[in-house]
Design a protein around this ligand. Structure first.
Ligand SMILES: Cc1cc2nc3c(=O)[nH]c(=O)nc-3n(C[C@H](O)[C@H](O)[C@H](O)COP(=O)(O)O)c2cc1C
Length: 349
């Protein structure tokens, strides 16, 4: 396990340097536990629609391992599933640096990375090498300068499908101009029609949405998903937010980009609840946004999620957060008399 001193030193470095160094260290196995931790039995879950069987419902969210360099290492920290990407067909450098900021006082992060990644060929070569029981997902996106945005998703889906356990269509990054426009009714209809026709080897596919959606926009997305997306396994709710809650205290709060971590917990859980109410159990929902404790994960599950993902609070708490959240979640289930996680899904709806 990464030592407490090591983790403190990494956190003293500028955020993106710390991230690059962490990925490099994990690539060489530095600080990676020899075996995955024991995880509580009561939090094992099989997602009903996608059929994914998870030894823990706590997954690693996209953006930490954009190039699929270290999924095996992250599985050893006790994540129940690992999502790599976002990958785009061609490599691209992303936005100018600095583009990643820690909001320490708020336990939050702002990023405007802009889909920096080594491209699909590299990603697929790495994905092919993954040998672990823990399910892996490939999160796909579009190049900034593409002329056929939807075509980029189809290209990525067909390239990753033979080597992954599930795919996520990311239409919700705020850092690629116009990308969130894919959530609009007409464009989303086209996107789902073309991606639905792609050769995806029968894999479960999730649609990842933004938290910055009002009730009408959520109703529109649900309508399109129910009409055109019957082939989808589910939704991931949510990506980062463009909102800046007045409660933010850190100096970096005015940086442009997507905000994640603790201040995203409330709004993303509310959006999850609205989706869950409308979709009424027809799709698997994965909740993300501000999870740092088992109680946070439990709230997302009671709001309709069958599994959760996290990233930002691992920046502050280290990778041991995966197993800790699962253990705390197991305690929450026991306190309320649930013997399995599936029984608690959607209990607050
Ligand atoms: C630095 C950073 C990079 C991210 N990159 C991606 C990405 O490439 N694709 C994506 O779908 N989400 C990306 N995300 C969003 C996360 O996957 C997640 O949805 C969001 O941060 C909310 O979870 P959290 O509060 O636990 O971080 C990124 C988040 C951060 C902090």
């Amino acid at each position: 396990m990464i030592s407490a001193t090591g983790a403190r030193i990494v956190r003293m470095l500028p955020p993106e340097v710390a991230h690059t160094l962490t990925i490099r260290m994990l690539t060489y196995g530095a600080g990676v536990p020899a075996h995955a931790p024991q995880l509580p039995v009561s939090t094992r879950v099989e997602l009903p629609r996608s059929g994914l069987r998870l030894c823990s419902p706590v997954g690693l969210a996209a953006g930490f391992d954009k190039n699929c360099d270290v999924p095996g290492a992250m599985a050893r920290f006790g994540f129940g599933f690992i999502e790599c990407g976002t990958v785009t067909p061609k490599p691209q450098p992303g936005n100018p640096k600095p583009r990643l900021f820690r909001l320490r006082e708020d336990r939050a992060v702002i990023n405007r990375m802009g889909f920096n990644n080594y491209g699909l060929d590299y990603f697929v070569r790495r994905l092919e090498k993954y040998r672990h029981d823990v399910p892996i997902g490939a999160n796909v996106g579009a190049n900034k300068d593409t002329e056929d945005r939807i075509g980029d998703y189809v290209t990525c889906i067909e390239a990753v499908a033979p080597y992954t356990n599930y795919i996520t269509i990311n239409v919700s990054s705020p850092n690629t101009p116009g990308l969130r426009g894919l959530q609009d009714k007409a464009t989303l209809t086209q996107l789902l029609a073309r991606c639905g026709a792609a050769d995806r080897k029968e894999l479960p596919v999730f649609l990842k949405v933004a938290p910055d959606l009002d009730a009408d926009a959520i109703a529109d997305i649900c309508g399109v998903v129910l009409r055109e997306g019957a082939w989808l396994a589910g939704l991931i709710i949510s990506n980062t937010t463009l909102a800046r809650p007045p409660s933010l205290r850190s100096e970096e709060k005015s940086e442009a980009g997507g905000l994640s971590g603790a201040p995203l917990f409330q709004p993303s859980t509310e959006v999850l609840r609205l989706f869950a109410r409308t979709l009424n159990g027809k799709f698997d929902l994965i909740g993300a946004g501000g999870i740092g404790t088992g109680r946070d994960a439990y709230a997302k599950i009671r709001a309709g999620a069958s599994a959760v993902q996290l990233y930002s609070l691992m920046v502050y708490d280290g990778p041991g957060i995966a197993a800790r959240v699962a253990r705390e979640l197991s305690n929450c289930l026991a306190e309320d008399g649930f013997s399995s996680l599936a029984d608690a899904v959607g209990k607050d709806l």
